[in-house]
Design a protein around this ligand. Structure first.
Ligand code: CTP
Ligand code: MG
Length: 237
């Protein structure tokens, strides 16, 4: 069974900056999307489909030579992340079999370590449903309630023992993923959420903190430090 990647990159990144979509923010000299593509563009992944906003002008201006023949832009992004992934999957379906595996990876996670990707692929392939990278919650978790004059106050402490932070990539068979995303109701913010709505239980694969999601401006410096120290290590090796 073949393996393909889909990278939704049709968001606007409003929490990072109002100026440009965050997938094109520069990290260590390259757009964030370039690093996200590089993280998944390796065997056994055959093709990386990148889902872009229909009016995206920036993609065509970047240098994608490093991924020649393996990268396929699809200008069919939608209003939500779910819509973008679903539209991309439908557009990719002519090249993909329902039994093939799909890795969905956020453009906003440029630092995915190779060993995490390999572990996810290994464990997902051994699973009937599929799997996602995730991390057990380390911090104490509070639920908030609004207090006087709009202040936020603690309403409750949550038991973190069985809480995980979902990351990407998330890996499912193409047919199941299409069915789940088509039927998804409410605010599904990842593929696993849609698959769970079908009553299935995707596997959790322990990932690492390096695979952070770049969301707020301060995340840029952390992501850049991770990428730079990794490439310095690779140069020394
Ligand atoms: N995404 C997408 N289509 C959308 C919304 C999001 O393809 N309509 C993509 C983003 O480009 C990103 C990933 O989904 O790669 C994760 O979304 P998020 O980190 O929330 O990015 P944005 O929606 O762009 O950022 P924000 O929520 O801060 O506006
Ligand atoms: Mg968003």
């Amino acid at each position: 069974m073949a393996l393909f990647a889909i990278i939704p990159a049709a968001g606007s990144g409003t929490r990072l900056s109002k100026k440009q979509p965050k997938q094109y923010a520069k990290l260590a000299g390259k757009p964030m999307l370039w690093h996200a593509v590089r993280a998944v563009c390796m065997p056994p992944v055959e093709t990386v489909f990148v889902v872009l906003a229909p009016d995206d002008k920036a993609f065509a201006r970047q240098d994608w030579k490093a991924f020649k023949g393996k990268l396929e832009p699809l200008y069919c992004g939608g209003k939500t992340r779910r819509d973008s992934v679903y539209n991309g999957l439908v557009a990719a379906m002519s090249a993909v079999d329902p039994d093939d595996w799909i890795l969905v990876h956020d453009a906003a996670r440029p630092c995915l370590p190779k060993k995490d990707l390999q572990k996810l692929i290994r464990e997902a392939r051994a699973d009937k449903v599929g799997a996602i990278l995730a991390q057990p919650v380390a911090e104490t978790v509070k639920r908030s309630a609004e207090g006087l004059a709009g202040t936020q106050r603690i309403a409750a402490s949550e038991d973190r023992a069985r809480l995980w932070l979902a990351q990407t990539p998330q890996m499912f068979r193409a047919g199941l993923l299409a069915q789940a995303l088509r039927a998804a109701r409410g605010a599904v913010t990842d593929e696993a959420g849609a698959v769970e709505q079908l009553g299935l239980k995707p596997r959790l694969v322990g990932g690492s903190r390096e695979n952070l999601k770049v969301t707020w401006p301060e995340d840029l410096a952390i992501a850049e430090a991770i990428l730079k120290s990794r490439s310095a290590r690779e140069r020394r090796a």
